[in-house]
Design a binder for this molecule. Structure first.
Ligand code: HXC
Length: 309
């Protein structure tokens, strides 16, 4: 099922005409959402995924819904980004159809586990996709852009864990933190040759793939009320796919050409909730505030009384 019509996005029709975007992990979840938004705005999109039948079905679905009206197009390619040679061969094929103007490093793997229960292979299962895979895709495309003197925008999908850690998801948090530093480093190293690097740190945008591995056994996050409502987020809800798509399109488009080296959180303020240590006070009502005010007042009066004796 596709997600959008043009009314869901904040951009003019045809904004991305002439752009060619490569999205890793584009067959499902957030990658699919971003692919659809780009096609809807007229871009030519290539989605990579490990399972050829999944990316092919997604490309068909997006084309059927939008290609005729938008002039955009989606193509799927089976590519395992854990294998550098596979990346190189697939990139040859992408380039044969035209050099991309943008790359979205979206492919990821994750599961919750106590870190002491992980094996080296368990760590590698995540790091080989997120950390090494995303770097190798970026490197392969980057070398070609630099050799041809082309401009491009690279957007990596991270998480807010890159700032405060991710207990019980250490291989993912470490890998995404590495991509955060890649974003900052290459923004400087390749920025003067027209290649921009930015990243998106999404909070909760429920997708089947992520939620099955991060909330095993629970369906509440992807079905029913919890799909939208989330009391742990200052804005009280999960993200909407169109909100993420709008940010991705903004960062890919030359309209954001002066934005470089930034990681932008889109999480309803969730990662700031611990700020100052008083975030829990947002749960207080009038009675608690009245009691606190009276208690503070009584304590001040006691101090004053002691000072006057
Ligand atoms: C501990 C585990 C494990 C678990 C696997 N392993 N699952 N260890 N707890 N739950 C270990 C295995 O024991 C094995 O090590 C090693 O990992 C490899 O196991 P495989 O089954 O061969 O793994 P693999 O086939 O590579 O698949 C793992 C995977 C898979 C790549 C992570 O789940 C996958 O395909 N995921 C893609 C989709 C996905 O994860 N989406 C969620 C992304 S969400 P040993 O030593 O025993 O051999 C995300 C951020 C969300 O990134 C942010 C939300 C706010």
């Amino acid at each position: 099922m596709t997600e959008f019509t043009l009314d869901d996005l904040m951009f003019k029709p045809g904004l991305m005409k002439g752009q060619r975007i490569l999205i890793t992990g584009g067959g499902t979840g957030l990658g699919k959402v971003m692919a659809e938004a780009c096609v809807l705005l007229g871009a030519d999109v290539v989605i990579w995924g490990r399972r050829g039948e999944v990316v092919a079905a997604t490309a068909d679905e997006i084309n059927e819904a939008h290609a005729a009206a938008s002039g955009g197009r989606c193509a799927g390619m089976a590519t395992d980004i854990r294998v550098p040679e596979a990346i190189h061969d697939a990139m040859d094929e992408v380039w044969a159809g035209g050099a991309p103007t943008g790359l979205v490093n979206n492919a990821a793997g994750n599961f919750i586990s106590r870190t002491e229960d992980l094996s080296p292979r368990g760590f590698d299962a995540i790091a080989n996709i997120v950390f090494r895979g995303s770097f190798n895709v970026t490197l392969d495309a980057g070398k070609r852009w630099l050799a041809e003197g082309r401009h491009a925008s690279v957007v990596s999908i991270l998480t807010t864990w890159v700032w405060h850690g991710g207990p019980f998801t250490v291989p993912s948090a470490m890998s995404k933190a590495g991509l955060n530093v890649m974003t900052q480093s290459l923004a400087v190293e390749w920025g003067n040759r027209g290649i921009r690097f930015n990243a998106i740190a999404p909070g909760p945008f429920p997708t089947e793939g992520a939620w099955a591995r991060l909330n095993p056994g629970s369906t509440e996050a992807t079905s029913g009320e919890r799909k939208t409502a989330d009391p742990t987020i200052p804005l009280g809800r999960n993200g909407e796919m169109r909100e993420l798509a709008n940010l991705a399109v903004y960062l890919l488009d030359p309209g954001s050409a002066y934005v470089n080296g930034q990681t932008i959180a889109i999480d309803g303020g969730g990662h700031l909730r611990g700020g100052g240590g008083f975030a829990r006070l947002s749960e207080w009502g009038d009675a608690e505030w009245e009691a606190a005010r009276n208690s503070i007042k009584a304590s001040n009066e006691k101090d004053r009384a002691q000072r006057t004796v």
